[in-house]
Ligand binder design. Structure first.
Ligand SMILES: Nc1ncnc2c1ncn2[C@@H]1O[C@H](COP(=O)(O)OP(=O)(O)O)[C@@H](O)[C@H]1O
Ligand SMILES: [Mg+2]
Length: 318
């Protein structure tokens, strides 16, 4: 719409300084002939949702259970949520969410499909980016594959309100890189000493790379009330003594036979047992995560601070 001039006639949308003595067709003739008179405008700010990496040192601590549960519970809060199964080679989120994908992340990383072509809507809300199960070459990604991964995450983060990354266990370069590129890391551990030692190894690695200042901790499979908080305190003391990383207590989840006894094709626990103590604990973890890593909606990122740029930056040092 044209602006109104103070004298009643519509204001000329072209400021005077830009008008050409050569008439309307002569407008911008010099720019057209000799190139742009002004430097190119800076790249527009990118909009990106928060990206949360769910990681662990030791395998089997419950990352996939936690990631899929949080994805369903975030969706229940009316947040468009995508979960990315980054357990390269040993993916299982599709089983926990009850879908059978034909295409998976490997197709995107090898540029045989776009990320929007492999998305799967799951029955209980969140969108799944399926991972490759049993593909040995996916256990070690090439630089080109990692670059494609960073770009796929950028596309997702521009589309959803919350992105959860279910990261593989351990300190392989691609797992560490995925954590470094995320906005927030949730470390899943258990009260046993082996899981705690491995969790501390992850903390030390992230602290040494300077990738993040805070890490959230979930203590899973807790057998007695209070044991989760005590486990967190132990980990926080060691981290505070030896690193500059601040650990935040996201909460703990009881050891629950209902989790282990789930059959293939059964809906997730938070759908079938919403009133159970385990699901209560998961809801509290979701809400604390939203306080610490949220708000879960796309926000402006300056060029160079988007996930693809962070991926490229840490790819050089990891
Ligand atoms: N809170 C829990 N109570 C009982 N069993 C659990 C709990 N969390 C996870 N498990 C079980 O532990 C095993 C490993 O969980 P999973 O989520 O696959 O771990 P990860 O992804 O870290 O390898 C699975 O058999 C799962 O059912
Ligand atoms: Mg897993």
């Amino acid at each position: 719409m044209l602006r109104r001039s103070p004298f009643g006639a519509p204001a000329d949308p072209q400021p005077n300084s830009k008008r050409s003595a050569l008439g309307p067709r002569g407008h911008n003739v010099f720019e057209r002939l000799f190139g742009h008179a002004h430097p190119a405008p800076p790249p527009a700010a990118l909009r990106e949702a928060p990206i949360v990496a769910i990681a662990s040192g030791k395998g089997g601590t419950g990352k996939s259970f936690l990631a899929t549960s949080l994805a369903v519970l975030l969706h229940a809060r009316a947040l468009r949520t995508a979960i990315v199964d980054c357990d390269f080679g040993l993916a299982c989120d599709h089983l926990l969410l009850g879908v059978k994908p034909a295409l998976h992340l490997q197709h995107v990383l090898q540029r045989r499909a776009r990320v929007d072509e492999i998305l799967v809507a799951t029955p209980h809300g969140p969108t799944l980016v399926p991972g490759a199960a049993g593909v040995r070459q996916m256990a070690r990604l090439t630089d080109a594959e990692l670059e494609a991964f960073g770009k796929a995450l950028a596309t997702l983060a521009a589309t959803y309100d919350a992105i959860l990354l279910d990261v593989g266990a351990g300190l392989s370069p691609q797992n560490v890189l995925t954590c470094c590129a995320a906005d927030f890391v949730v470390l899943v551990t258990q009260p046993e000493i082996a899981a705690l030692t491995d969790a501390y190894a992850v903390i030390k690695t992230l602290a040494a790379l300077g990738a993040c200042k805070r890490v959230g901790v979930v203590v899973n499979r807790v057998l007695e009330p209070g044991h989760g908080a005590a486990t967190f305190e132990k980990l926080r003391d060691v981290a505070a003594r030896h690193t500059s990383l601040e650990l935040c207590d996201l909460g703990s989840v009881p050891d629950d036979p209902l989790v282990t006894q789930r059959r293939l094709g059964q809906p997730p626990l938070c759908v079938t047992e919403p009133r159970s103590p385990t699901v209560h604990a998961l809801v509290e973890i979701r809400d604390r995560l939203a306080e610490l890593a949220g708000p879960f909606r796309a926000r402006d990122r300056a060029a160079g601070e988007d996930v693809a740029a962070r991926f490229a930056e840490f790819q050089r040092v990891v």
